[in-house]
Design a protein around this ligand. Structure first.
Ligand SMILES: Cc1cc2nc3c(=O)[nH]c(=O)nc-3n(C[C@H](O)[C@H](O)[C@H](O)COP(=O)(O)OP(=O)(O)OC[C@H]3O[C@@H](n4cnc5c(N)ncnc54)[C@H](O)[C@@H]3O)c2cc1C
Length: 383
């Protein structure tokens, strides 16, 4: 994949160099300590990554989704977790830029672009993930404020971030249910509690937390777009970019795992020859590279449609499905190629394996995505 122009390609190349130089040496240390990479976040701010897809008008880099997905692949091929720090942030920024009022855009986007303000996205609740219309968090109008009560689960970047784009029910009795849902730009304040950082199998270092809201007040001017009942549709449109991004994270993991396995297969010997010369290892390498390249093409296709402003829920779902499954499959095949050493925390491959599985679950499980793909397919090819 090539970026759109030489400037964008130069930026992708610079990110690749940065990831090798700054991320590779520290990834294991931060991952094993489950420690937030503060210095890395500062570097990402300086590089402009928090404004990657925000328009230049608001101080962002205005990169195409196509270029952005390449950046994500480069980062995730070394260490996936940092790409998650700017992913949910940029989904929020894209939602504000697409759906926000002029005042909301002017107020938030320049500081989001600089990374001075960092955002998380608060959709999932303890009882509702795939079925988002079943959320129970309510926002009840009281004078000029909304009063929010409820809780969120699994919200990444919510401890170190400054605001959450919060999915709430402004009309819990609405039918259909989605018509009673709205998004609030919720800055931290009294009544907004980060309950605690969750301990995770992978995707460590990044703060993923449970949130609790008790009589938390948000001014009515922070209702995204200024109109109630639009939250579900606004969320769905933000997920297109999010799914392209998750696909790219998966493709990055897949490519990173392939690179590690390729090197190891040439260094490690068994039965008097490098293990790559055994046909069973060749089959794995061939399957891995085919998955990586296939996923990249689908990510490219979805990005192009997104950049053209076209509806791309089918393409984004396929990109996410292919990328995340490539990440899971390639990291697992790489584990097999590394043999016993794959199981040692001294080697990086076990981190790729642990990180990969999240991508099959987050931003819509792959089961749900398959149902979206199938429904879209029938809609487009109706007999
Ligand atoms: C590390 C991590 C970080 C996360 N970060 C965020 C975040 O920043 N913000 C946020 O809002 N959320 C976040 N999530 C939550 C994530 O998006 C949800 O976990 C995901 O959407 C799945 O929801 P669930 O866990 O409630 O699973 P459920 O919805 O309970 O699903 C359980 C199983 O049932 C299947 N299933 C359910 N309904 C159907 C159906 N109709 N058809 C077929 N199969 C179905 C699912 O595919 C799955 O296999 C994060 C999760 C993790 C693990």
């Amino acid at each position: 994949m090539q970026a759109r122009n030489t400037d964008e390609q130069a930026f992708v190349d610079a990110v690749e160099v940065w990831a090798e130089k700054e991320l590779r040496p520290v990834a294991k240390k931060f991952d094993q300590a489950d420690e937030y990479p503060t210095a890395i976040v500062e570097q990402m701010k300086e590089m402009g990554l928090f404004g990657a897809t925000i328009s230049p008008e608001y101080g962002g880099l205005g990169l195409s989704a196509w270029t952005y997905s390449q950046i994500v692949i480069k980062v995730a091929s070394v260490w996936m977790a940092p790409s998650g720090i700017f992913n949910s942030h940029l989904i929020v920024a894209a939602a504000i830029e697409r759906h926000g009022t002029d005042e909301q855009k002017r107020h938030y986007l320049p500081r989001l672009a600089k990374g001075e303000l960092r955002a998380s996205i608060g959709l999932t609740e303890p009882n509702a993930g795939s079925d988002l219309q079943a959320i129970r968090t309510t926002a009840v109008r009281d004078g000029d404020d909304y009063v929010v009560n409820g809780g969120k689960m699994w919200i990444s970047n919510s401890l170190h971030g400054h605001l959450t784009l919060l999915l709430v029910k402004t009309d819990p009795h609405a039918q259909p249910r989605h018509k009673g849902m709205s998004l609030l730009i919720a800055e931290k304040g009294p009544g907004y509690t980060v309950v605690g950082k969750l301990k995770k199998m992978g995707y460590r270092s990044i703060d993923t937390c449970e949130l609790h809201f008790e009589n938390y007040r948000v001014h009515k001017s922070r209702l995204l777009g200024g109109e109630e009942g639009k939250g579900f549709v606004q969320t769905a449109s933000g997920l297109e970019l999010g799914r392209i991004n998750v696909g790219a994270r998966g493709a990055g993991i897949a490519e990173g795992a392939l690179k590690l396995a390729l090197r190891y297969a040439q260094e490690r010997e068994a039965f008097g020859k490098p293990i790559w010369q055994h046909q069973a290892v060749q089959l794995k390498l061939a399957d891995m590279v085919t998955l990586v390249e296939g996923a990249k093409r689908l990510i490219e296709q979805a990005s192009l449609k997104y950049d053209a402003g076209e509806r791309c829920d089918l393409e984004a779902a396929m990109a996410k499905l292919a990328g995340s499954e490539a990440g899971a499959e390639c990291s697992q095949q790489a584990m097999r190629i590394f043999g016993g050493y794959s199981y040692s925390v001294e080697y990086d491959i076990e981190r790729f394996y642990r990180d990969a599985m999240l991508l099959c679950i987050g931003e819509g499980t792959n089961e749900i995505l398959r149902t979206i793909i199938a429904k879209q397919l029938v809609e487009r090819f109706k007999i």
